[in-house]
Structure formats: structure tokens, C-alpha cells
Design a protein around this ligand. Structure first.
Ligand code: PLP
Length: 411
């Protein structure tokens, strides 16, 4: 990943606090947790409202006719953005829908196994549990993962699990592997290309959970060659919540149907996913203006600014806190989200949990970053974004220091 020079007073560049005017934040609030729900610029909000107005002005004209070419144009633009055939893309509302779509469509037979990592997103791993609960002799193979872990060690762990399973010689097979591109908590960029190749070499299909990918890292599906891929546009691409992109390689499309079957059942992949029943499509449609907003700066500029800010910001916070970032000097495992260790002495402190810490951060400081335990430490995950600067991370580091000092004093 390329690093960029962070702006200076003499050379502020297009990013940093001057971007705040393009977003909807109140003056006294700084968003440090873009990673959970994202947010969109004002121009995207205007576009959403324009689509809603258009719908209300003539619901028949819109829903029966004019909606479809707009949706089609979005897929065309996204296909170019992620380098694949438009016919392999479907617009859905979120990653949870994406994983359910694939897992609940794929035909599993007794003896099938699904490989996941312990750091996989909870809704994804729970959907796998649901499949295992509802299908005869379909089981999960979970690879335990604790960071810090080099890419090489992560690949070795997955390969060890594949080998160990092969050696069982019990007639079962790992049919599908599910891997994150960028995990949630802790956040770490995975060696996704190598994971896809490794799983393929053991005969497994691969579903890449790229919930955090688009807008945070360059996505090239022609190069990655997964079987299935999902990415939320509402996280890092700047479109509205409820907009995601599902990729299904052509060779599997005959197996995959939307979770909610509509009148378009058996009309082919593109048709079946073109209309998910009556709903407000404006969030999906907002992908267009999000792409336009980003184009004025360029993907490289956005991605390298936010990556550099996450890396430098994480280091600045760790210095204030007297701790470390989860992935240390391995900057390539950081995209826009950085995990900073919190210097809590007693991990069993009654307030050392996500909810209590959330109350303190929101009520006393009017900010929020998620805190979570991983391995032997409590960490917080901080999201860099184009509207933030290094001094925001310094302020956040000092706030977290005050919070943890208070907990340490009361333990
Ligand atoms: C890695 C990962 N997968 C899946 C999801 C689920 O995304 P959504 O809530 O948009 O369905 C998330 C959400 O944060 C995530 O981080």
C-alpha cells in the first residue's frame, strides 16, 4: 500500500478538516468510527432525496420503468471499478444479505465442511452455524486466529487446518472457505489473494467477505478470482446505508438465488437480482453520486491519505498511551482502521467491556471508538477518514488515556 505525506499547514491538500463542510457532522462532533456504519457526503444525501422525490412524483413510471436503467448503469460503473463482468454483479442491501444469499442457496450434502476463521464477522459465522444446524452432517472447521500474526503465519494456520482435515480421510470435504479481506475486530488486512489460491488448491470454493474492502483498498476481482465476493458500499465508498455489491462468478450463478424469491425466479442471475420487491432503492442508487464524489479526488489519493493517517494516527495514540498497535510495524495489515492497545491493568475490571466504555465515551466526551479484547489486551479500533487529521488522533489518544487512567485508579 502506498503511503502519502500527511498535509501540513503550508500544504493542506484536499483532505483533513476542510472536508468537514462536505459532510453532515455537527460542529462539536468528530467521527472516529467510520468503519461501523460509514457516512455519506452532503451531495450524496441530495441525490438520495432527489431519487425519493422522483419516486413520489410518479411511482409507476419510476418502479415499473425508469429505475432499471439507473440500476444497470450502477452495475456498469461498479464492474469497471472492481474489474469484472457486469453480469457477475448484483446490488443488494448489505453484507449480511450477501452471505445469506450464497450460503442459503448453495446445495450442501452430508460430509460438506465450511472453513471459517475465528476472527470472521459474527453474523457471517452465525450464518454458517445456521447452515450446520439445518443441514445433515454439514459442519464448520474453525481456524483459531490471534493477531499479531504475519501473513505467512496466517496462511500456514489455514493450510495446517486444510491438511489436518484432508488427513482425516473420513469422506468429508471442505466445500467452502470464507475469509475476510479486512476483518472487523480486530481490523487486519488479510493476504486475500494467497488465501483464495490456497483454498482453491485444496478444492474448496471461496467466499471473500469484503464488507470493508471497496473504498478502503483497490479491488480487482479479475486478479483475485474468488467464487463469491461481497462488499458494502455504505462503509467506505460513501454511499448510503443499505447498499452493497455481491459478486457471483458465472460458473456458480445457476445455483444462487436472492434470499427473498420474487416473481423473477428462474429468469437468470441478473434478472433475479434486479428487483428485490417494493422498497426504497435510493440507498443503492446513491452509489452513483458516491462514485462521482470520489472521482474528483481519485481513488489513489483517498486511499493513500486514509492509510497514512491510520498508520501515523495509530502510532501517535500508542505513544500517548504507552502501548502498541496490534500489527506493529506491519503497515500493510492496516488499511484505514488501526487497533491501538489500551493500557488497562486489570482486564477483568467490571467496566472493561464494550458497553460500559461506550457510555463513558459518548456521555463524557461525545466520541466513540469500539473497544474489544483480543488475545491478552484490550484494544480500540480507530477509523481514519478524509475528514480527519493527525491532531484528531492525538486528542482521541488523550481521551482514552484519561478513561483508562480512571479505570486503573478504581481497580
Ligand atoms: C467483516 C464484516 N463482515 C460483515 C459485516 C456485516 O455488514 P452489514 O451489517 O452491512 O451486513 C461487517 C459489518 O461491520 C463486517 O465488518
Amino acid at each position: 500500500m502506498t503511503k502519502t505525506e500527511l498535509p501540513t499547514a503550508a500544504n493542506p491538500g484536499p483532505f483533513g478538516h476542510q472536508q468537514r463542510k462536505n459532510f453532515l457532522f455537527p460542529e462539536n462532533f468528530t467521527q472516529f468510527n467510520h468503519g461501523s456504519y460509514g457516512t455519506f457526503p452532503k451531495v450524496v444525501q441530495a441525490e438520495i432525496r432527489a431519487y425519493q422525490d422522483l419516486t413520489e412524483q410518479d411511482a409507476d413510471r419510476w418502479n415499473r420503468r425508469d429505475l432499471f436503467p439507473v440500476m444497470d448503469n450502477i452495475r456498469t460503473q461498479l464492474a469497471e471499478f472492481v474489474n469484472c463482468d457486469k453480469a457477475e454483479l448484483a446490488l443488494v442491501t448489505n453484507t449480511t444479505v450477501g452471505i445469506n444469499t450464497v450460503l442459503r442457496s448453495l446445495p450442501f450434502v452430508p460430509g460438506d465442511r465450511i472453513l471459517v476463521l475465528s476472527t470472521g464477522y459474527i453474523s457471517v459465522n452465525k450464518t454458517v452455524s445456521y447452515i450446520c444446524d439445518t443441514q445433515e452432517d454439514v459442519k464448520v472447521v474453525e481456524v483459531p486466529v490471534t493477531f499479531p500474526l504475519s501473513d505467512k503465519d496466517l496462511l500456514t494456520k489455514v493450510e495446517d487446518a486444510l491438511k489436518a482435515h484432508k488427513e482425516l480421510r473420513d469422506g468429508s470435504r471442505i466445500k467452502l472457505g470464507i475469509v475476510d479481506w479486512i476483518s472487523s475486530v480486530p481490523s487486519a488486512v488479510h493476504p486475500v489473494k494467497e488465501l483464495v489460491e490456497l483454498l482453491h488448491s485444496y478444492g474448496a470454493l471461496v467466499y471473500v467477505d469484503g464488507a470493508h474492502a471497496i473504498g478502503q483498498v483497490p479491488v480487482d476481482l479479475g486478479y483475485l478470482r474468488p467464487d463469491f465476493f461481497i462488499t458494502n458500499c455504505h462503509k467506505w465508498l460513501f454511499s448510503a446505508r443499505g447498499s452493497a455489491l455481491l459478486y457471483v462468478a458465472k460458473r456458480h450463478q445457476h445455483l444462487i438465488h436472492p434470499t427473498a424469491i420474487s416473481g423473477l425466479y428462474k429468469s437468470g442471475f441478473e434478472n433475479e437480482f434486479a428487483y428485490a420487491g417494493t422498497q426504497d432503492y435510493s440507498s443503492i442508487l446513491s452509489i452513483l453520486s458516491a462514485l462521482q464524489f470520489r472521482k474528483q479526488y481519485g481513488e489513489d489519493a483517498i486511499i493513500s491519505y486514509t492509510h497514512s493517517l491510520a498508520v501515523e494516527g495509530g502510532k501517535a495514540m500508542a505513544k500517548i498511551l504507552g502501548t502498541h498497535t496490534l500489527t506493529g510495524d506491519n503497515d500493510d495489515q492496516v488499511a484505514n482502521m488501526v487497533n491501538v492497545a489500551l493500557p488497562l491493568k486489570d482486564l477483568s475490571h467490571p467496566k472493561a467491556n464494550t458497553k460500559d466504555l461506550m457510555e463513558i465515551l459518548m456521555d463524557k466526551y461525545n466520541i466513540f471508538t469500539p473497544a474489544f479484547r483480543h488475545g491478552e489486551h484490550l484494544y480500540t479500533r480507530v477509523s481514519a477518514q478524509i475528514y480527519l487529521e493527525l491532531d484528531d488522533f492525538v486528542r482521541l489518544g488523550n481521551i482514552w488515556k484519561e478513561v483508562i487512567d480512571d479505570l486503573n485508579a478504581s481497580s
